[in-house]
Design a protein around this ligand. Structure first.
Ligand code: ADP
Ligand code: MG
Length: 694
């Protein structure tokens, strides 16, 4: 039996490997780059590249690639082999300059107009804080991807910038608390990943799943999730085999896959890793999603990462557990044991509260996509309204600070920040409020609105940057304070008073919350086209530019890409919908009515009653006409879409007109499905898709 200990991280060029393969001098210099972001000089890069290549070849690699995350949302790689001619043979080569910089042709990646077409070149630059790894015989080097004049064309660059911004401001705050031993601060993330598994043979019969990742049609199965018997239920053998294989591959890649279980919907599952530094967590989550899909195929399964593959049962999300940690291992969102630690905790806590309130729109945008629109606010996922859940214990603390009334709890009195110790706050282990989009869970926040297939980068860029901005404002004020403790108390109290509207501890699925949130002036951006324009608000542009996360051009580029992406996704869905109607559904239904008609005629000729066949024939024939008319309407609406050039108007048109027509035609086809002989139906049903994996 192989033991996990023996192979964990065996495909990663990690610290242990670096130590053993590099000279002490080179190792130290590389560590300096990793820890302090110091630039790597070429002689060190050459030594690292040589060691990396030898290690990779020993472990079966023949190629290397700069592995990056363009704005498509998936990862990109272009493999180069190590071979280089040498007389009649070859030698295996890999140089420092190839390690630190690559030049993929950038012209076919979305750039939102950042890259003039005449300047197709982009470059990739090694992110030495994320370890290189071997995947499919290829040494993958995690890299950032930029245009030649330094504009970010990817999701990693701004994420790293946002971590730097937060580091800078958090360090200023920590200095004020006398934390001189701390030299850097990083955010940490543990993303819980939900997914569906379906049988590959069935999947291949569904063009909608193949082209769009979700079912565009499908009548409800007689059994859905109403018995709540799937959540945490025992895992079926075929699924367990998949999970075992997946864990093994992830562990080899040094990914801390920890928890696996069945989720709420039939055929739905979840994997949660142990948290890591944010950029590493983002890389690992991308690899995890890729591995899930690859390994599923080996089991004749398909892993669906779409946010809403099936109507009528829960969709999939990703919970982004987020905190801030010092290099000395202190979690800054963990209440401490001393009055001073508690004061520091409360300051970081209110910085998050203020950030979430002031930048609700950006957090909403960070989880906005055509696919995630089907979940948010659909009583299965947090509402589209962003709010914070603190839990009753922390709520009491906040209220006591706000009102100046002493809080007595667990034998402790809490009144004065910086003088009293907080009563112990229980860690949330039971997911007490699943309806909140942004919940404090004892020593971290859980941002629950993320979609399952999205990169976690965007959400964390927004979060890190917004919190950096609040910490900056706090540091500016506290650095000037005459009496630190008095000013600190005032600052925390003021922040609570000014931003408590964002705190909501009740049921986020309740309709009353929508009214209440409106009264509080909170945003309720129900769909992607409604949310995206907020990207360009002055306050947001100022936030990003002042912390050097995005230039004005980069913001506009990202905005355009997101708008266009939304329209393209819905367009593909609409075309798939028409294709299935024209090639599968309408002909199959017509054929079925023909057989019914023949039966009716035959029975009538024999003087046998044909009431059943006649009734179904009538109903299905009528519905078929409705479906056909809707199909024609959809075709015409799509023609109109091609005449709209404004990105904002176009995405809105896809949402209001195209998606509505698709839903209309779906409801007719689904109604027909419930009345038609299963053998005559052209595609696998929901029941088959959701229940066939044993
Ligand atoms: P539970 O909510 O069941 O108590 P945990 O809190 O242990 O579970 O973890 C849920 C997820 O949150 C896991 O992915 C875990 O690694 C992550 N997590 C725990 N602590 C932190 C932290 N300080 N920063 C970021 N993520 C964290
Ligand atoms: Mg979960």
């Amino acid at each position: 039996m192989k033991q996990v200990n023996d192979y964990f991280g065996c495909l990663v060029f990690n610290d242990k490997v670096m130590k053993s393969k590099l000279s002490t001098d080179v190792y130290k210099k590389l560590k300096k780059t990793i820890n302090d972001g110091k630039e790597l000089d070429i002689s060190v890069a050459n030594a690292v590249a040589l060691a990396m290549k030898d290690w990779a070849i020993e472990n079966g690699a023949t190629h290397y690639t700069h592995w990056f995350q363009p704005m498509t949302g998936v990862t990109a790689e272009k493999h180069d082999s190590f071979i280089s001619p040498d007389g009649d043979g070859i030698i295996m080569e890999f140089k420092g300059k190839e390690l630190i910089k690559g030049e993929p042709d950038a012209s076919s990646f979305p750039s939102g107009g950042l890259r003039a077409t005449c300047e197709a070149r982009g470059y990739t630059a090694w992110d030495p804080t994320s370890y290189a790894f071997i995947k499919d015989k290829c040494l993958c080097i995690p890299t950032a991807f930029c245009s030649y004049d330094g504009q970010a064309l990817d999701k990693k660059t701004p994420l790293l910038r946002s971590m730097q911004a937060l580091n800078k401001q958090a360090m200023r705050v920590l200095k004020l608390f006398g934390q001189d031993q701390v030299t850097s601060v990083k955010t940490t993330v543990g993303p819980e990943q939900e997914y569906f598994l379906v049988d590959k043979d069935m999947y291949e019969k569904r063009k909608d799943l193949i082209f769009t990742g979700r079912t565009l049609f499908g009548a409800k199965s007689p059994k859905g999730q109403e018995l709540e018997d799937h959540y945490f239920g025992s895992i079926k053998p075929r699924v367990q085999e998949f999970m075992n294989d997946l864990n093994e591959e992830l562990w080899k890649l040094g990914i801390l896959a920890k928890t696996e279980h069945n989720e709420v919907a039939p055929a739905q599952h979840e994997l949660a890793p142990i948290f890591a530094t944010t950029n590493i967590a983002a890389d690992h989550n991308q690899i995890t999603m890729e591995m899930m899909q690859k390994i599923a195929k080996k089991h004749n399964l398909v892993c669906l990462l779409h946010e809403k593959p099936f109507k009528g049962v829960n969709g999939s999300g990703k919970h982004n557990n987020w905190s801030i940690s010092t290099n000395t291992g202190v979690n800054l969102l963990e209440p401490g044991d001393t009055p001073s630690e508690n004061a520091q905790f409360l300051l970081f806590l209110v910085s998050v509260i203020k950030a979430v309130d002031e930048y609700q729109d950006l957090l909403r945008i960070s989880v906005a996509s055509a696919s995630n629109d089907f979940r948010l606010g659909a009583n299965e996922a947090p509402p589209a309204i962003i709010s914070i859940f603190l839990g009753s214990d922390l709520q009491d603390v906040i209220e006591s600070i706000e009102t100046g009334k002493a809080l007595k709890s667990n034998g402790k009195t809490f009144l004065k920040i910086g003088a009293d110790v907080l009563p112990p706050l229980p860690k949330d282990t039971t997911d007490r409020n699943r309806t909140s989009p942004f919940a404090f869970t004892g020593n971290k926040f859980e941002f629950r609105a993320l979609g399952s297939q999205e990169s976690i980068s965007c959400a964390n860029i927004m979060l890190n940057t917004a919190v950096a901005e609040e910490l900056k404002q706090f540091a500016d004020r506290l650095e000037k304070a005459k009496d630190f403790n008095i000013e600190l108390h005032e600052l925390i109290k003021e922040t609570i008073i000014n931003h408590k509207r964002i705190i909501f501890n009740g049921n986020g699925y309740d309709d009353n919350w929508v009214k209440e949130a409106q009264k509080r002036g909170l945003l309720n951006l129900k769909s992607t086209p409604e949310a995206l324009p907020y990207y360009l608000k002055d306050k947001n542009v100022k936030l990003f530019t002042s912390h050097s996360i995005y230039s004005v051009e980069e913001i506009h580029a990202r905005y355009e890409i997101a708008q266009e992406h939304y329209s393209k996704v819905v367009n593909i869905e609409a075309l798939t919908c028409l294709d299935m109607l024209n090639k599968d559904y309408l002909p199959a239904i017509s054929k079925y009515t023909k057989s019914l008609a023949e039966t009716v005629a035959l029975k009538n000729s024999l003087n046998v009653t044909s009431d059943y066949e006649k009734a179904i024939l009538d109903k299905v024939s009528l519905d078929l006409v409705v479906a056909y008319n809707k199909k024609v309407e959809l075709e015409n609406a799509l023609k109109k879409a091609s005449t709209i050039s404004d990105v904002e108007k176009l995405s809105m048109y896809y949402k209001t007109d195209i998606l509505t027509l698709m839903e209309d035609v779906r409801s007719v086809i689904d109604e027909i499905e419930t009345n038609v002989d299963g053998m005559a139906w052209p595609v696998p049903s929901y029941a088959e898709l959701l229940y066939s994996v044993k």
